[in-house]
Design a protein around this ligand. Structure first.
Ligand code: ADP
Ligand code: MG
Length: 367
């Protein structure tokens, strides 16, 4: 059981390229922390430095009360699960699980007990005598998890472990891993996790907290609900949430947000909350909080271009003064509209409006 701390952690690759720009992160004992961000933002580099697979260029990594910068991977108390889980093909599942313990020269009895326990926790007892090629993708991934679990590490490190699985299996493995984490925690076993993914859905559904990264820097660290409701900047606002938040460029003038030729009145308390009145502003509103309204009501004129039918809801893709906007409507609201393209009128729900400074990207409307 341990907490993990990154203090001003930096990485410059041999080529001179600076991949990680001095990041600070505290992961609590037993916490499930997700690192999320687009490809290339240095999630893997950060995780590999924690694991000891990549040298640190600056700063400090602490696991529990030890600085581990100069420890070899085997001495750090970590276990890692990769996207390519690479089980030993010629070994049965039982031997794959036991491999690490054999290297540690544990006794036969100890190894058998540990293997049985892990197989029970992961519900893979019926698979113990199979070879990897006799497993489905999801089963193989569970064995890979088992190989990490059996080491009883202080910190689990995952690098996109579900990326190779199809969508359905990914969804069920998400739930399985979250449940496993909860169970380990309840049983008082070590359960500190750093989980890397580029998939915001995985981040939102699995993380106790999420660390959003961009180009080797941290943009925000917060619980999923906080990130969703109170994004600190344009990057987080656009990255978290599906479909994406609408971001509409304009300016603030006389208590209203103005685009080319149109305006939305901004209400108190939003106006009072605004930290500044930048020249160039961006209004952020999630597609669920943009409503279809009658032509004569307060709102914005847009042009409906296409429609995605999702079942109980419908995504309306429209154009607002040249900017793309998405509205999530109920099937009934869409049917009442009576057509699939043409002019529509839309209004943001006042309490869900965010305002960003276009130049700094900062959310200037947070209470
Ligand atoms: P992510 O896992 O978020 O997709 P990575 O950590 O793999 O990102 O990479 C972060 C940045 O560092 C990228 O720009 C990548 O090209 C660069 N990078 C990764 N590994 C090396 C390396 N061995 N040498 C030089 N640059 C690297
Ligand atoms: Mg990566």
């Amino acid at each position: 059981m341990a907490q993990l701390q990154l203090n001003q952690l930096e990485k410059t690759y041999g080529s001179g390229f600076k991949a990680v720009h001095g990041i600070d992160l505290d992961v609590q004992d037993g916490e499930f922390m997700v690192l999320v961000g687009p490809s290339g933002c240095a999630k893997s580099t950060t995780l590999r430095m924690i694991a000891g697979l990549e040298d640190v260029s600056g700063g400090e990594i602490r696991i529990g009360d030890r600085v581990v910068n100069d420890l070899v991977p085997g001495k750090r108390g970590i276990a890692m699960v990769f996207q390519n889980y690479a089980l030993y093909p010629h070994m049965k599942v039982r031997s794959n699980l036991a491999f690490g313990l054999r290297l540690q020269r544990q006794s036969k009895e100890q190894i058998r007990a540990a293997t049985d326990e892990v197989a029970r926790i992961l519900e893979i007892e019926p698979l113990l005598d199979r070879l990897p090629k006799q497993l489905s993708g999801g089963q193989a991934q569970r064995v890979a998890l088992g190989r990490a679990l059996i080491k009883k590490p202080e910190v689990f490190l995952f690098d996109e472990p579900l990326s190779n699985l199809d969508a359905k299996l990914r969804a069920s493995m998400r739930v399985r891993i979250t449940e496993l984490h909860r169970r380990l925690k309840a049983e008082g076993m070590s359960s500190t996790v750093v989980y890397v993914t580029h998939d915001q859905t995985e981040a939102m559904t699995m993380g106790d907290r999420i660390c959003v990264m961009k180009e080797g820097r941290i943009m925000q660290v917060a619980a999923p609900k906080e990130l969703y409701n109170r994004p600190a900047n344009l990057f987080v606002a656009g990255f978290i949430g599906s479909p994406e938040m609408n971001l509409i460029g304009g300016r603030i003038e006389n208590g209203a947000f103005r685009t080319e030729g149109q305006s939305v009145p901004l209400m108190e308390p939003l106006l009072r909350r605004l930290k500044s009145r930048p020249e160039a502003a961006v209004l952020g509103i999630r597609p669920q909080h943009l409503k279809l309204v009658a032509p004569e009501s307060e709102g914005l004129d847009a042009r409906l271009n296409s429609v995605e039918f999702m079942g109980h809801e419908v995504y309306l893709h429209a154009d607002l003064d040249g900017a793309p906007v998405t509205v999530v409507a109920t099937a009934a609201e869409y049917e009442a509209l009576g057509r699939a393209t043409g002019p529509i009128r839309i209004a943001p729900e006042a309490e869900w409006i965010h305002v960003f400074d276009r130049d700094s990207g900062e959310n200037i409307s947070l209470a």
